[in-house]
Design a protein around this ligand. Sequence first.
Ligand code: 6GU
Length: 242
Amino acid sequence: MRIDVITIFPDYLNPLREALLGKAIERERISVGVHDLRDWTHDVHRAVDDSPYGGGPGMVMKPDVWGEALDEVCAPQEATPRLVVPTPAGRPFDQKTAVRWSNDPWLVFACGRYEGIDQRVIDDAATRMPVEEVSIGDYVLVGGEVAALTMIEAVVRLLPGVLGNPLSAEQDSFSDGLLEGPCYTRPEVWRDRPVPDVLRSGNHAAIARWRRDQALERTFHRRPELLAALPEGDLDKADRKQ
Ligand code: 6GU
């Protein structure tokens, strides 16, 4: 997978080179390009923003600079990129989105700062490529960079050969629509707290049942709206006894 990020703060994306994402780059599972938006300015001040039409606070990112940047970064190759625009005004990014994007050959992230990017940039790009404006949650960040990092990590860990154990991705919270329950490792007793007996019983059916019940209970308390959204038939008879 190819991933490009356009930003006025390229150093913000340095964590991409660390840990799991760094390993994915080394192993050539992904190739990453981080581009400084100001490379596409032509004025001495390298201005990327201007005051909003209609008045109001803040600044808007200029269409001419973004237009040239996207023309160059998204220039037709073997594939067409998906353009992702992180914004608190976007559709919610979730695990389903991550899975869908993980099948794409090429993602381009356009990170805005200030109040946002002139809407014509997005509308124009959408005539040539799929474009998604997405939010990572109901709070406001200063810019799209941290949101882009978040989404890239969620996508890349799903690529074959990136996670050590491919089953970990399948057993994630959300892969079955529920939160994952608690987990334990040695020692058997720690600060007077024993590991639940069932996990040491060797009874795999009982362990699976217990884990399912813990997931249901945790989801019920922390994210009741997820339970309500489960498709009809996802809860079996034993689940309903909970
Ligand atoms: Cl994607 N961008 C910004 N700037 N703030 C956010 C966000 C994105 N998602 C939640 N808040």
